[in-house]
Write a protein that binds this ligand. Structure first.
Ligand code: PGA
Length: 251
């Protein structure tokens, strides 16, 4: 399957910075690139990025993504952005259950599962994030934690599960410069693949991304692992040369 390289801009960017970043990506984009590429941008910039995509022919294959989606369809939920709204702006992906949302916004496994369901109902592929904290890893709970997080999404979404993307993001590796070794990451990816296989006959085609300090230097080794089907890239997605190198490593 093609690899997927998804940038997670987090709460970064400005009209000027986004324009500069996307024009640098357009300049560096090679026609031979097979990998799928997405940028998950702050909601206020979705329209701008959609317009920049139309402006730069080289970005025709760039997918637009959001970083979150409401667990509700519409109504009195101040501050929320619905899946239908994301669909209106041509979003192909929405990150759900990022560890920063779980940690700072109290998102539970059940809430994350509802968000994934909303996305799927609107033709948006949820990028479902799972991952253990350092304390959980040291306590030997990594497998238990990631399986519990993914199980909630599997149970709430039934056969639609084949339409999701999973991102394994060890919390201790996010933004810290500490990357999981390719072997450490592969070990968890294999667990997630087995769990998906038990739930879906199509599990082989579900992309399982690695995220957590992936950069131009370590991407190739991570992406060479049999169950690592791409990357969810934070910091390095804000620098065009770095993001382009990771895209090139994905082939
Ligand atoms: P990072 O973030 O690449 O900056 O570690 C990854 C993520 O949080 O998605």
């Amino acid at each position: 399957m093609n690899k997927l390289i998804a940038g997670n801009w987090k709460m970064n960017g400005s009209l000027a910075a986004n324009e500069a970043l996307l024009s640098a990506l357009a300049q560096g984009w090679t026609a031979a690139l097979q990998a799928e590429v997405a940028v998950c941008v702050p909601a206020p910039y979705l329209a701008q990025v959609a317009a920049l995509k139309r402006q730069h022919a080289a970005l025709s294959r760039l997918h637009l993504g959001a970083q979150d989606v409401s667990h509700q369809a519409s109504g009195a939920y101040t501050g929320e952005v619905s899946a239908a709204m994301l669909q209106d702006f041509g979003c192909r992906f929405a990150i759900v259950g990022h560890s920063e949302r779980r940690q700072y916004h109290g998102e539970t496994d059940a809430r994350v599962a509802d968000k994934a369901r909303q996305a799927l109902a609107h033709g948006i592929t949820p990028i479902v994030c799972v991952g253990e904290t350092l304390a959980e890893r040291e306590a030997g709970q990594t497998v238990e934690v990631v399986k519990r997080q993914l199980a909630a999404v599997i149970h709430a979404n039934g056969h639609c599960i084949s339409e999701i993307v999973v991102a394994y993001e060890p919390v201790w590796a996010i933004g810290t410069g500490k990357t999981a070794t390719p072997e450490q990451a592969q070990e968890v990816h294999a667990v997630l693949r087995a769990q998906l296989k038990a739930a879906s006959a199509q599990a082989e085609r579900i992309q399982i991304l690695y995220g957590g300090s992936m950069n131009a230097g370590n991407a190739a080794a991570l992406l060479a692992q049999p169950d690592i089907d791409g990357g969810l890239i934070g910091g390095a997605s804000l620098k065009a040369p770095d993001f382009l190198s990771i895209m090139a490593a994905a082939g």
